[in-house]
Design a protein around this ligand. Sequence first.
Ligand SMILES: NC(=O)c1ccc[n+]([C@@H]2O[C@H](COP(=O)([O-])OP(=O)(O)OC[C@H]3O[C@@H](n4cnc5c(N)ncnc54)[C@H](O)[C@@H]3O)[C@@H](O)[C@H]2O)c1
Length: 349
Amino acid sequence: MSPTNIAVIGAGYWGKKVISEILGLARDGFNLNLYSVVDSSQAALELCRKEYGQLDYRTDYQDLLTDSKLSCVHIASPNHTHFKVASDFIRNGKHVLVEKPLSLKSVEAFELVRLAKEYGRVLCTGHVHRFNNGVRALRRLMTSGVLGDVYYLRFRWTGLLASQPNREVITDLGPHPFDICNNLLDTWPRKISCRGRGFRTNAGYEMADIYAEHPNGLDASIELSWLDLEKRRDVSVIGSDGAARLDCLGQRLILQRTDGAEPVLVLPNNTLKEEIIHFMSCVEHSSSPEVYPNMASGELGAGVVRLLEASKRSLEEDRAVRVEMPRVEDQLIRERLYDLSPEPRIRGS
Ligand SMILES: NC(=O)c1ccc[n+]([C@@H]2O[C@H](COP(=O)([O-])OP(=O)(O)OC[C@H]3O[C@@H](n4cnc5c(N)ncnc54)[C@H](O)[C@@H]3O)[C@@H](O)[C@H]2O)c1
């Protein structure tokens, strides 16, 4: 069987990681071929050429849209391009994996879900922690009952980043905690309150505290910051009989009880590699009648975009915001979407 051809769109910080994983998978014998690397910046492509040698490099993807040899695309271009790039490829019959957040607006994200259904294509979102063995172990711990009654969850997603003009922390750091929370609880919050601020000159929101109320009374608080010297990607689950603490980066899980703390065995894994393999499996199964669960589906991605929007609305309107997940079919005025909106205006920038 000839290998599945995949293109990477956007070869910056994250796109290069994606390229390395795809090349590694092909070297390891996976039936996968890095068909093309697209970046609108020649300088970015030059860096790739130095690092990866001769590949098919392009500054735009127009010719790839109708290239019948290409079947899949991994989109790692900036957030504001996701909707345009993903919808262009889906409409031309390609399967797509879009980095988080799926899009900047939920109306666009749900439209991508609808389009993928209409064209019978796979749509995955880059919710890489769906493939994190630490998160899987935490989920097992929660269902085992060892924590007793689970009371609440706490997420800390922090680290120091230089002032980011035209970006804000909720959109950039919020997707993973919201997605992990949905993965652990299997529910979406019904109400969100958010406070946050930008501090440095020309910066948008640089820190935010989000409180997400879930229907079963299991609430989650999420701290996001680009100002904290400590880089953390931590989840705590607090229960009546103990607490579980997961470092999502190191994939270290600790169970704390009144009589002491003990590590829980986790075999750390390469989450991005698993995410790409899962995308390939979804693609492989897409033409068979057998149902294959998409663990990082477009629906999940669109749900998370909804929560990011609710958080920003809560912050701007200084009130708790009720969250409603729209049905894909309810999405309105689709024509408006293709009139692409520019990068959103960020308060304080
Ligand atoms: N899953 C994760 O944990 C994770 C981590 C980091 C970034 N990301 C996501 O990856 C995406 C890229 O982030 P980054 O940090 O690599 O940004 P980046 O700025 O380093 O790279 C983006 C690249 O896309 C190129 N580009 C811009 N517009 C383009 C277009 N229309 N077509 C092709 N290329 C285009 C830019 O020239 C740049 O090289 C973002 O959506 C981000 O949220 C995900």
